[in-house]
Design a protein around this ligand. Structure first.
Ligand SMILES: [Zn+2]
Length: 334
């Protein structure tokens, strides 16, 4: 059977809600439940997104095969070497990343080793190496790592367990908005437990599938990112998963200035306007933005400017209520 057509834009893919009866699923890797509720069907993808009736974990069912998943990441997904966004935004992304280093390197011993799983362009490597840490990365796509800091040791592997790192060789592992893209997130968390020294920290950031923003947006939720997100983790299910693999969750954080306000704006645009799905994100994306008309671009910039204060306010309230649109969980290996 020929592959279904792929939309012209990376992000403009229709998502439709479905209301079929619950379906059987293999025992959930997190809670063991054997049924799932169909939620959405995605344009160009044969499998629907379902949610586990026990823990709420979202996933394609059945899971899509590896070759098809690779087709969701054309070379232009990663932009030019070392850049993904428009230059001004790229500087902002790198500045935010540099500020974030303080959080990521807190409690890591001097000269310690840090592994970034799914490191992509490696925006964390330079600032971490500047602080004297030894930096390592794993990335599935060899195109993505062009322009990475030369001090980082980056290995190309689709699965973390195939990267060949030795047991207990890291003080900290970061999986930053990558777990939901993985074909084997459960094995990856188990592998992190093997790779970390006792007392080492695991930091995992994901979109929060049980968040207020996710529930309000439904099929229009920006952070669904169909079809690249293969799994959709409720924060509570993520905590259960890491605890199953020998970690103790020490904190979970529900505010992200970079992710959560933008999620409100783009999800609202997806829901209430006829503009292309993910159009604002596409506009901010270096090459794809050129395909939009001038009127669309001006309209979107105005929406972005006008809606940002409200979106930040909503994100602050959501964080206070512990229902952030994206979350990061910090867990210590016992
Ligand atoms: Zn479950």
């Amino acid at each position: 059977m020929p592959p279904p057509p792929v939309p012209a834009s990376l992000y403009d893919r229709a998502v439709r809600p479905i209301s079929d009866p619950d379906v059987p699923q293999p025992a959930c890797e997190i809670c063991g439940a054997k049924t799932a509720r169909p939620l959405f069907e995605i344009e160009g993808v044969d499998a629907p997104i379902v949610a586990c009736t026990g823990c709420g974990l979202g996933r394609f069912h059945p899971m899509i095969d590896d070759e098809r998943i690779r087709s969701f990441y054309p070379e232009n997904y990663y932009g030019e070497p070392g850049t993904k966004f428009r230059p001004i935004l790229e500087r902002l992304v790198r500045a935010v990343a540099a500020r974030h280093i303080g959080f990521l390197s807190r409690d890591v011993p001097s000269g310690g080793s840090i592994l970034d799983v799914g490191c992509g362009r490696g925006v964390l490597f330079g600032p971490l190496a500047d602080r004297g840490f030894r930096v390592f990365g794993v990335e599935a796509n060899e195109h993505a790592i062009r322009g990475c800091d030369a001090r980082a040791e980056v290995r190309i592997a689709t699965r973390l367990s195939d990267a060949g790192f030795e047991a207990e060789s890291f003080d900290q592992i970061v999986i930053w908005h990558v777990l939901e893209h993985m074909v084997d997130p459960f094995d990856a968390i188990a592998e992190c437990s093997r790779l970390l020294r006792p007392g080492g920290r695991l930091i995992v950031a994901v979109p929060n599938f049980e968040s207020w923003q996710a529930r309000w947006s439904g099929p229009h939720w920006f952070h669904l990112d169909p079809p690249r997100h293969l799994y959709h983790f409720p924060c509570s299910a993520l905590a259960t998963l890491v605890e199953k693999h020998g970690f103790q969750v020490t904190s979970s954080h529900h505010f992200s200035l970079r992710q959560n306000p933008f999620g409100w704006i783009q999800s609202a645009l997806n829901r209430f306007t006829r503009q292309p799905t993910g159009g604002l994100y596409t506009l901010l994306h270096q090459h794809e933005g050129a395909a939009l008309s001038t009127t669309t671009r001006v309209g979107m910039w105005l929406c972005l400017v006008a809606a940002t204060p409200l979106a930040i306010g909503l994100s602050v309230i959501a964080a206070w209520l512990r229902t952030g649109a994206t979350v990061h969980v910090v867990a210590v290996k016992q």
